[in-house]
Design a protein around this ligand. Structure first.
Ligand code: FES
Length: 106
């Protein structure tokens, strides 16, 4: 696959336990720092229209602020209802202190 990684943030912008929405083109991607390791998923919940990064991050589980569905940010798998559809995940790398995301789903 071609090198599609795009810089979305500085690694220092996101402390462990924090998350933020970033944009790559028109895509809204949730970026998470789990104990110093970065992960990226769709930011939009698969249940309805809500931004997961406005919810809560517990270790590697993000909880939707609207109805409380939860997803693993490592795999995108549903961890709690009412969502039943997994979300996409994206490859992340850190280069020279910059966080880069490949916007093609894994
Ligand atoms: S919109 Fe996320 S749980 Fe309903």
């Amino acid at each position: 696959m071609s090198d599609e990684f795009q810089t979305v943030a500085k690694a220092d912008d996101l402390a462990p336990g924090e998350m933020m929405q970033v944009r790559v083109g028109r895509q809204r991607i949730g970026l998470y720092n789990v104990d110093g390791e970065f992960f990226a998923t769709d930011d939009t919940c698969s249940h309805e229209e809500a931004s997961l990064t406005e919810g809560f991050l517990f270790d590697d589980i993000v909880e939707c602020p609207l109805h409380g569905a939860a997803f693993c940010v490592r795999t995108g798998e549903v961890e709690a209802f009412p969502a039943t559809v997994d979300i996409d995940t994206y490859a992340v790398r850190v280069v020279d202190g910059e966080v880069q995301v490949n916007p093609t789903p894994k």
